[in-house]
Design a protein around this ligand. Structure first.
Ligand code: VGL
Ligand code: ZN
Length: 198
């Protein structure tokens, strides 16, 4: 058994004062750092959008953040501009221990498609490569922490469980956006997919 910690999107834009601030997003950083030494591998993910990304409300005439539009790959929530490649908002929280990371997965870098999950883009088909990385390292068990519980953590956890990994989410080390009950539906969706919520 080999067990990886996957730290989802602990970036400035998802922390207080960020462009897409998740309430209490910075509260989890110390706890995540403290957990790192318990794992065989530590992987960080980084939301990494080009300017004018199709998930930004500002890229669609007349649309405002948090509206939902239909994209060729399905419904897409529109967000404030966030995590633009190379910007300060896209950097990891300054206190996150990035030295311990074996691997950093960037996602959402294609103009026309978002990627909440660390495994597949939002078409649920295009792989990020993380599955191959974990399998070739013999990793079977995953613990997920980070931001946001109801979007990137949720999509990553459900995909990982479907791929056959044994998946646990440390809810105390995640924080949610919670749009229209999205946290409750994420929790039931993760549980239904066989994810253990701790
Ligand atoms: C995320 C919305 C847009 C996340 C990323 O990390 O949960 N949410 N991009
Ligand atoms: Zn994003």
């Amino acid at each position: 058994m080999s067990h990886a910690l996957i730290v989802i999107d602990v970036q400035n834009d998802f922390c207080p004062r960020g462009a897409l601030a998740v309430p209490g997003g910075d509260e989890i950083v110390e706890g995540i750092n403290a957990l790192m030494s318990d794992f065989n591998a530590v992987i960080l993910t980084q939301d990494w959008h080009p300017g004018g990304h199709s998930s930004f409300a500002s890229s669609h005439d007349g649309k405002t953040p948090y509206e939902v539009i239909e994209m060729p790959y399905g419904p897409q929530v529109l967000w404030p501009d966030h995590c633009i490649q190379g910007s300060d908002g896209a950097m990891f929280h300054a206190d996150l221990n990035t030295d311990r990371a074996d691997m950093i997965v960037r996602k959402g870098y294609r103009q026309g498609i978002d990627s909440y999950s660390a495994f597949f883009e939002n078409d649920h088909k295009t792989p990020t490569g993380l599955e191959g990385y974990l399998r070739t390292r013999g990793i079977t068990d995953l613990t997920l922490v980070g931001l946001a519980t109801d979007f990137c953590v949720n999509f990553s956890a459900v995909d990982a469980a479907r791929l056959g990994f044994k998946v646990e989410v440390r809810m105390d080390l995640c924080r949610a956006i919670d749009l229209d009950g999205s946290l409750a539906s994420a929790q039931s969706g993760m549980a239904a997919a066989g994810v253990t919520l701790v």
